[in-house]
Design a binder for this molecule. Structure first.
Ligand code: ZN
Length: 65
């Protein structure tokens, strides 16, 4: 019985001594991990839509420092 790796779609044996299950390999494990982290970082790195929406356009940084 095999399942496709969610990252590379390669068929992988189910839990066949695979510590990276449900991913096929460490590489795909890192890719999958990076995908999650990347999304968080991307949201945090870009202009936060929530802040942009709730806060006025003026920069408050100059006043805070
Ligand atoms: Zn894979």
């Amino acid at each position: 019985m095999k399942r496709p790796c969610p990252v590379c779609k390669k068929g992988i044996a189910v839990k066949d001594g695979n510590k990276f299950w449900p991913l096929c390999s460490e590489r795909c494990h890192l890719v999958d991990l990076g995908k999650w982290l990347g999304e968080e970082y991307r949201v945090a790195g870009e202009v936060d839509p929530n802040l942009a929406e709730g806060a006025p356009q003026t920069s408050e940084d100059s006043e805070n420092s």
